[in-house]
Write a protein that binds this ligand. Sequence first.
Ligand SMILES: Nc1ncnc2c1ncn2[C@@H]1O[C@H](COP(=O)(O)OP(=O)(O)O)[C@@H](O)[C@H]1O
Ligand SMILES: O=C(O)[C@H](O)[C@@H](O)[C@H](O)[C@H](O)COP(=O)(O)O
Length: 172
Amino acid sequence: MSDDQASGMFPPIVVMGVSGSGKSSVGALLAQYLEVPFVDGDDLHSAADIASMAAGHPLDDAAREPWLDRCADWLAEHRATGAVLPCSALRRSYRDRIRRGCPTAEFVHLVGSRDLIASRMVDRTDHFMPVELLESQFETLEPLEADERGIEITIDRPVTAIVERIVEQLIP
Ligand SMILES: Nc1ncnc2c1ncn2[C@@H]1O[C@H](COP(=O)(O)OP(=O)(O)O)[C@@H](O)[C@H]1O
Ligand SMILES: O=C(O)[C@H](O)[C@@H](O)[C@H](O)[C@H](O)COP(=O)(O)O
């Protein structure tokens, strides 16, 4: 690891995208490589929100707000060291809410087709999110806008290759 990385000379990273795009898998490996704090945005949901999604009901903007604030607070606590947080951050307004706590956050948008992501969700066994909610995720998704700090990476490659691309593009 370079001296820069050891001294935390890189920004907090939010791995974003629809459910099933690979945020938790990529985020965990990226945090391990960078040796920085990690928390999964899934773990910052309330029990009520998780039960709602598990029952097939998508969250709405109001329900997401306290969850996004918890994400922003966690990132703000870890601004100095660098950190990785998988969080769907589907809408521009959600990312603006996260940036209130951490203006330097970089967003890595994991991009893939509905079919590929649906197949991965179906194969995933230990998770509350039903594949039936994937369409509502795509309907809500607003890709990164030109003025937002971040990158897009397609997910039709191994997790290790995705992490390598993130490091190449975001880590000085
Ligand atoms: N690049 C990849 N190639 C193959 N399978 C993947 C890849 N990324 C994630 N997966 C698998 O796809 C499923 C969804 O990944 P996950 O990390 O849970 O996505 P998210 O956190 O965005 O919902 C998991 O079963 C995971 O093991
Ligand atoms: O904003 C939302 O509707 C949820 O946060 C959603 O986008 C997220 O995907 C769920 O937390 C499921 O978790 P996974 O993304 O890990 O499937």
